[in-house]
Each structure stands twice: as structure tokens, then as C-alpha cells.
Ligand binder design. Structure first.
Ligand code: MSP
Length: 478
């Protein structure tokens, strides 16, 4: 088991604004999986980062009257402080303006596509939506505007390099059908297979370097400095550039192909069509699986800055704490469907599952243990229940959390049924046995909580193993 490896990635985030709870979801879901695989003793590498070579970011910076690269650093440092507060255990944060870590790999990949004869130059005339950072067609518009962003697209007429995506329709289909590239859940797999059925069209893969872009923004196309790579081309490359694809060093050799790449359903096409095509063209193995999650909605609509319905994760973190936010995202949102979040639902779950549920259980058992057991009780670590490991293998983090809360309920019932607080008075030995059994069960719960609520898991372990008082874990909110 020790030499089994696990490589997991998140999409890299657009640094045009602060991250909202929807973005925090992608990252937390990935973190739970990364921590689970580490807990299983696998050699794990967890990558996240920021997607910086974008028009979106330049426009956001100018709106605030800031130099794009200064603005960028400010926003990206907010990303890392949010991830720190959310206890995200990433091993690397890749920035696509990083000329050492990212550019050489992105340029090498471009070179491979060119070597395969898959890059050609062509005049392009069409529409570009800055919100999507993608070309869009007349028929996608509603009242002349992009329906997702409510903005009028730019009209472009320019010379671009194109990537022969059309050539890869059949090869990608074959990889998906054979299971070599797994797409989870099934509904998203069907969606992409339907798209492939229609056939893929070639995509523009570069843009003329914009006069108002500062030096250092946009990865230059090898051999043509007047062009920079289309942002999705350099962005997707991050998953291998970060590992040192440029020199194919140890990190790359150890961890690529990724075991799972996590993404939201809005960027499925990029990850399940363009990305595999690039890899096949370059002779690089495909990731083993794509985990495609739904949207966090608020009031039934996708949480997004454009719609103005975002919940700021910082606010929730300040009020409820890291583990409570992680808990809510893990248990109350299905990774495969959209999930609505309201502040009310959050508070109810906090009070029922954490203050009254887990927090109360820990307090009850630890009080009994402190009063009645000798110091240093050390239960043997138990095996994980297979419903828990099976769920996590299938990325069903909410179901794995259900298994934990089922145990919490049972253990609560066990205290009531066995009444050790009474037994201890009449038969101290038997009473101690009962309490020891409770601490052992609680220890198991603490271990299962590790990927979900790392701090709480540690507090429970320290309480049982080292007799450190757990304190009042989750204070009820009125
Ligand atoms: N930069 C691209 C990804 C490039 S990866 C090579 C991008 N960035 S993003 O910042 O817009 O989104 C990052 C991730 O957050 C995506 O997986 C996206 O689906 C996710 N989410 C953004 N809003 C979301 C919700 N409201 N709910 C859940 N996830 C959401 O796309």
C-alpha cells in the first residue's frame, strides 16, 4: 500500500474576484479526497492554483484602477489565505504567470501538438465572451448577450493558431467507452458522449498579444512572439506543468497520470474533450478519472458574482469555524448534483449535527472517561467500515459522512442504553468496561472524521490518547 500513489487536482481559479462558496466547494471536496488517500497511507499529491492569463482579470484590475499584475498578486494572496482558513492541504499552488514553473511545460506541450501536425494558422472571425474566456456563437446569445454573463460579446477578426480538435472525436470516445478515461457521474459521461456524437470542431488556440497586456501576462506561442496561447490551452496544461512536465522529472514520473481531476459541470467540455485531445496529440497518458460536481446554488440559482447571490466563505468561517464549513459542504451537498445553500439551512445543520450531535457526544463520553478511567487509555485503532471506504472510493463524500453520523447516533443511543453513569456506582469494573468501549468507538469516529474535519478529529484523538480536555467543541447558535 505504501507505494500506491494518488494525484488529485482542482481547476485553477480565475483571479478576477474573491472566491465564493461555490469555489470553496470544489476545493473542499478535493481536499477531503486528498486527505482520505493520505490517511490510507498512499503517496498523495494535491494541486490547486490560479488561472491568470485572462482578459477577465485585466478588465477587473482596470476597473479598480490597478495595474493587472499588482491586482493579481493581491487577489491570489486572498486565495491562499482562504485556503488556509479552510484547512486545504494542497501540496502545490500553481500560478500560470509563473515563468519558471508553468511556461516551459506549456510551451513544450504546444510543441508536441505542433509536432503531431495538429496546429495550423487561420483567420478567425467570430464572437468572444470574456466571462467564459471562450468563443461563442450567435445562436448561444439571448438578446445579443451571453445568457450566463449578461454581457455583449466582443467581435474578433484576427489571425490565430488552431488546434485540430476534430481529429480526436473518435479517439476520445474510444477512451471513454473503454473506461480508460472514467467520467463520474454517469450523467456527465452521457453528456460528453452525446457531444462527441455530434463531432468536435477545431478550436482557436492562440490570440494576438494584446497591446494593453503587461509583459509577463500570456504564455508566448513558441516561435511566434506576436501570439499568446489561448487561455484554456495554457490553463489545462497546468495539471502537468506543475509536476515538471518540461523536464519530466521525478514528480512528473511519480504522479502523472492524475488519479482524479475535480471540476464543476460548467467546464466539463474543456476537461473531457479539449484536454484529452491535447494529451493524446502529445502522447501523454490521460487522467484516470474526472469527477464532475454540480453547482452550489443560492435561492435556486448558480452562485456567481455575475448574479450577485454569492455567500462569502469568510463570513461563514468567521461565524462557524473551519470544520463546520467543511462539514456542511461535505455532508449537505451531493458531489453529483446541484445543492442549495442558505444561511438558515447552515445554522440548522450546525445546531443539529454539530452542537447537539457530535459536540454533545464528545462532551458526554469524555466527561465519563475523565471521571472514571485511569490516564492514558489507548484503544487499538479499528479498521474503517467498508461503507465508509466504499463511498469515498466512489467520491461520494456525503455518503461517507452519513456513515459517520449514523455511528454518532448509535453511540449516543449506546450511552442511554448501557447507562454507564449508573453502572459505575454499583459495579465499578463493569462501568469502566462500558466507558472504555465508548471511548474506543469515539476514537473510531474521530479517525473517520480526519478527512472531513481535521482539527476536530485531532482534538478527539488527543482527548482519548493523551487526556487533553476537548473543550466545548461546537457552541449552539441561536
Ligand atoms: N479557470 C477556469 C478553470 C481552468 S482549469 C484548467 C475556471 N475558473 S473558475 O474560477 O470560474 O471556476 C473554478 C471552479 O469553481 C470550477 O470547477 C467551477 O465549476 C467552480 N464553481 C464556480 N462557481 C460554482 C458554484 N456556484 N458551485 C460550485 N462550483 C462552482 O472555470
Amino acid at each position: 500500500m505504501a507505494d500506491k500513489k494518488f494525484y488529485i487536482t482542482t481547476p485553477i481559479f480565475y483571479p478576477n474576484a474573491k472566491l465564493h462558496l461555490g469555489h470553496a466547494y470544489t476545493t473542499t471536496l478535493s481536499d477531503i479526497l486528498a486527505r482520505y488517500h493520505r490517511l490510507m497511507g498512499e503517496k498523495t499529491y494535491f494541486l490547486t492554483g490560479s488561472d491568470e492569463n485572462t482578459q477577465k482579470m485585466v478588465e477587473a484590475a482596470r476597473k479598480e484602477g490597478k495595474e493587472p499584475l499588482v491586482f493579481l498578486d493581491e487577489i491570489v494572496s486572498k486565495f491562499s489565505s482562504l485556503f488556509k482558513e479552510l484547512d486545504i492541504s494542497y501540496d502545490q499552488f500553481i500560478r500560470t504567470t509563473d515563468q519558471k514553473a508553468h511556461w516551459p511545460g506549456a510551451q513544450k506541450l504546444w510543441g508536441k501538438l505542433a509536432d503531431s501536425g495538429d496546429i495550423y494558422k487561420k483567420g478567425y472571425e467570430g464572437l468572444y465572451c470574456v466571462g467564459h474566456e471562450a468563443f461563442i456563437t450567435e445562436k448561444d446569445l439571448v438578446d445579443g448577450k451571453c445568457p450566463d454573463h449578461g454581457t455583449v460579446p466582443e467581435f474578433l477578426k484576427e489571425e490565430n493558431y488552431f488546434f485540430k480538435l476534430s481529429k480526436y472525436t473518435e479517439p476520445i470516445k474510444a477512451k471513454i467507452l473503454s473506461g480508460e478515461l472514467e467520467i463520474c457521474p454517469q450523467s456527465r459521461r452521457n453528456e460528453i458522449l452525446a457531444l462527441l456524437e455530434e463531432g468536435l470542431e477545431d478550436v482557436s488556440f492562440s490570440r494576438p498579444r494584446k497591446a494593453d497586456w503587461p509583459q509577463g501576462l500570456g504564455v508566448p506561442v513558441p516561435g511566434d512572439n506576436s501570439q499568446v496561447m489561448y487561455v484554456w490551452c495554457d490553463a489545462l496544461a497546468n495539471y502537468i506543468t506543475a509536476l515538471g512536465y518540461a523536464n519530466e522529472g521525478d514528480l512528473y514520473k511519480t504522479f502523472w497520470p492524475a488519479n482524479v481531476q475535480v471540476l464543476g459541470k460548467d467546464i466539463l467540455r474543456f476537461h473531457a474533450a479539449i484536454w484529452p485531445a491535447m494529451l493524446i496529440s502529445a502522447g501523454v497518458p490521460l487522467p484516470k478519472a474526472l469527477l464532475v460536481h454540480g453547482f452550489i446554488t443560492s435561492g435556486g440559482k448558480k452562485m456567481s458574482k455575475t448574479l450577485g447571490n454569492v455567500i462569502d466563505p469568510e463570513e461563514l468561517l468567521a461565524e462557524y469555524g473551519t470544520d463546520a464549513v467543511r462539514y456542511f459542504l461535505a455532508r449537505h451537498i451531493s458531489p453529483f448534483e446541484d445543492g442549495d445553500i442558505t444561511r438558515e439551512a447552515f445554522k440548522d445543520a450546525y445546531n443539529a449535527d454539530l452542537a447537539n450531535g457530535l459536540g454533545n457526544l464528545v462532551a458526554r463520553i469524555m466527561k465519563l472517561a475523565e471521571d472514571n478511567l485511569e490516564r492514558g487509555a489507548r484503544p487499538e485503532p479499528e479498521e474503517f467500515p467498508h461503507e465508509y471506504t466504499d463511498a469515498l472510493k466512489k467520491f461520494e463524500v456525503n455518503k461517507a459522512a452519513d456513515v459517520i453520523w449514523e455511528r454518532i447516533k448509535l453511540l449516543d443511543q449506546q450511552i442511554t442504553d448501557t447507562a454507564p453513569f449508573k453502572v459505575i456506582k454499583t459495579n465499578p469494573e463493569e462501568g469502566k468496561e462500558l466507558i472504555l468501549a465508548l471511548t474506543q468507538e469515539l476514537y473510531g469516529i474521530g479517525r473517520m472524521l480526519n478527512p472531513f474535519m481535521p482539527t476536530t478529529s485531532k482534538i478527539i484523538k488527543e482527548a482519548i490518547v493523551n487526556n487533553k480536555k476537548p473543550g466545548n467543541l461546537f457552541v449552539r447558535k441561536e
